[in-house]
Design a protein around this ligand. Structure first.
Ligand SMILES: [Zn+2]
Length: 324
């Protein structure tokens, strides 16, 4: 792999991640549904491009530099298939191992929440006798909205409706999946970590907007967010819950005081086009690994016949590697 290709496969995902961080700030001016989808797609798309870039470098090292380490049987595979398999399997392996930590953390949160709820019926709204002014949504097969009496008793009827609508929006819009996707992208490419915080804030604002639409009163929604935040006397009940008082309450209340922000679906299309372009560019550069491997095989077969055969069960084509 040439220096230019190496720079492209490793540098482009990093550059894209830095640009995504700037885009995250700009997306704050759009409707939070738009912003959430854009941030999620950026996290997943750039995270996968990072995997592809790392896999191409690994394949380049393994096939072109350290090929003597490969079993001899692999040299008989159809042209290009070994390099292609190395790229695809490497990228998939990195993606899966990157998703595991985020998935395990989400599973732990989900299990802890359902153990805390015990045998209570799923669905609907569960009013818990607890002085802590909290409300949160527990996703999963037994999804439920939980509101503590400590918050419920503080609020007027319309404000209670806002709280319930906010938490139901988290469940209906699958906000937990967006957060999980952003966490996965950040594991695959640490430069994407700020997007996790941005997605957390964005899903809270999205739920606020849905709640305001449901009750038809933006002022009441803003007041509810502010009161819930002020009443909060203890920390969040857990990282896996999307609690009512999370996500920058002052900014959320201020956003609800302003008119509803515009949907910008073109922004989602632009993000999709961008992440596809980044992956195609990285994939095209990674394709050079296949070309290099094939040139190496042909060179080994024509110019140095003995060296293209096996030696002690190992591929010996590294002897003719000088052109790469
Ligand atoms: Zn929330």
């Amino acid at each position: 792999m040439s220096a230019a290709a190496l720079l492209l496969v490793l540098g482009l995902p990093c550059l894209a991640a830095l640009l995504a961080r700037r885009a995250a700030r700009a997306l704050g001016r759009t409707h939070p549904a738009t912003a959430t989808w854009c941030l999620t797609l950026l996290s997943v798309g750039i995270g996968f491009a990072t995997c592809l870039g790392i896999a191409s470098v690994a394949a380049d090292l393994l096939l072109l530099r350290w090929s003597s380490l490969l079993p001899a049987v692999l040299v008989h595979l159809p042209p290009g298939s070994l390099a292609t398999c190395a790229l695809v399997l490497g990228a998939a392996l990195l993606a899966v191992t990157g998703a595991l930590p985020a998935g395990c953390a989400a599973a732990r949160d989900w299990w802890a929440a359902h153990r805390a709820l015990g045998d209570r019926p799923a669905g609907g709204v569960l009013l818990l006798s607890d002085d802590a002014p909290e409300a949160y949504a527990v996703a999963g097969p037994r999804s439920v909205v939980v509101v503590h009496t400590g918050l419920f008793d503080l609020l007027a009827e319309v404000e209670r409706a806002v709280v319930v609508a906010h938490e139901q929006a988290h469940l209906a819009r699958h906000h937990g999946v967006h957060v999980l996707a952003a966490r996965t992208g950040a594991v695959l490419n640490p430069l994407l970590r700020p997007l996790v915080h941005a997605v957390h804030e964005s899903v809270e604002r999205w739920a606020d907007e849905d709640a305001a639409d449901r009750v038809g009163d933006r002022a009441a929604a803003a007041r509810t967010v502010a009161r819930a935040s002020l009443a909060r006397r203890r920390a969040s009940t857990g990282g896996g819950h999307l609690a009512m008082s999370q996500g920058g309450a002052a900014a959320r209340a201020a956003a609800l005081v302003r008119p509803r922000p515009p949907d910008r679906r073109a922004a989602v299309l632009a993000v999709i086009a961008s992440v596809v372009a980044v992956n195609l560019a990285v994939g095209d550069a990674a394709h050079g690994v296949e070309d290099g491997y094939e040139r190496l095989r042909r060179s080994a077969a024509t110019s140095a016949e003995p060296s293209a055969t096996t030696r002690n069960g190992r591929i010996a084509i590294t002897v003719t590697q000088s052109t790469h």
